[in-house]
Design a protein around this ligand. Sequence first.
Ligand code: UGA
Length: 453
Amino acid sequence: MVLKLYKYSVSILGTGFIGLCSAACFANKDIRVLASTHNEKKANMINEGKAPFYEADLQEMMDNIKSTKPELLQCLLDPVKAVLETDISMITQGTPMREDKSINLGYIENTAREIGEALKQKNSYHLVVVRSTVVPGTARNMVGKIITDVSGKEPGKDFGLCMQPEFLAEGRSIEDTLHPDRIVIGEIDEKSGAMLQEFYEYFYGDHLENCPILRMNLESAELVKYGNNCLLSTKISYANEFANFAQLVPNVDIVQVMKGVGLDYRINHRFLGAGVGFGGSCFHKDVNAIKTWSKSKGYTSRLLEAVLGINDDQAIHIVDIAEELAGNLAGKKVTLLGLSFKPGTDDMREAASIRVVKELIKRGITDIVGYDPKALETAEIELGDKIKYAPSVEEALKGSECALLITEWDEFKKLKPDDFKKHMKTPNLVDGRRIYNYKVYNRVLPFRAIGRV
Ligand code: UGA
């Protein structure tokens, strides 16, 4: 059979950032990949070699696969077939947040059922790997159990089960997939973990020299992922708490304070950037998911409650700072520079801009105009007619009485004080991401920045 020409054939069930970036990276290294989705349009695009969403380097990688070995990456609409034709299946479905802030495992449940249907028809050993972020117990008690019930097969004997949490960040998905700092393998038994470790030794080859592989049980691996995202979120809220302390004392600067803190080798400076707060599809969802999960088990997290509260309040603080600087802003035009949750993406999920708009409107400020180099369309879907959308920075600043820097795109870093003076009615500027030189801007503009008075 053709498939056996390749050492490994892997089915990737779910074609979001994790799924498709892994699929492309694997295929690029001679691993046969059958991706699967229920979205026909997406499947067609992938089969035509087109990335269905923007992610740095993904299209180039797909172009290379399409022109050199197109058979290595195919996308099916039939997950059962994808599982049947491969030896390893990776679940890369999303785990969104429910209305009550708990984790929605619906896609994982369906996929486990589809894998069970396939394994019912398969006689050889198959390895199932959960790579989605799931609360502890999901891989064993939901995925493993559903597959067992549906297929009639026995975990450990007929199929293996691993949990391999994913640490890639949007905008760096390919880079992070190709150069991980560690690989965490949760395993139901030694055989499952050994098979996944061998797969990665093959995939990474020499690159694994500086990348430890950690083997543990399924539940520990599930918790590692939350440990990461919650600590990163905590670092950001910690920096924001100190930014608020810094604002109590004249001339204290949070950027210098966090630089001093972060140079401690036990801490490091990453994710200590104070600002309007974290956004994105992961931090909010994951902090809420593990908090809600622990509460359902009888433990209430006070730390994570505070992390989320501090983050939400940053939107209020930036509007406070704006009104201290510019006076009451009701009835005046206010500009938001940047709408996406971070630079390099058009993703608006949980973006700080949404919370800032909410706070502005709450204070009767309704003449809001936003500009973003990439996220104007997605912002309009999210924010609708709550704000107006400008096609350029100049248009966004024209006639404005206060500009709030929300996302630190390079385009905004290049702006000079004169650009604000030239276009705005009154050039009040609030730096919500600390991208402007405080001393310079404060001298020539009515200027304020988070974490500094
Ligand atoms: C995050 C993690 O960084 C990844 O390791 C993880 O795999 C991913 O979630 C996930 O769970 O899938 P991501 O949400 O793509 O990745 O973005 P980050 O680069 O982590 O930024 C998240 C937010 O934190 C952004 O809004 C950013 O502006 C904010 N941030 C980041 C700060 O406010 N201050 C900082 O110092 C750093």
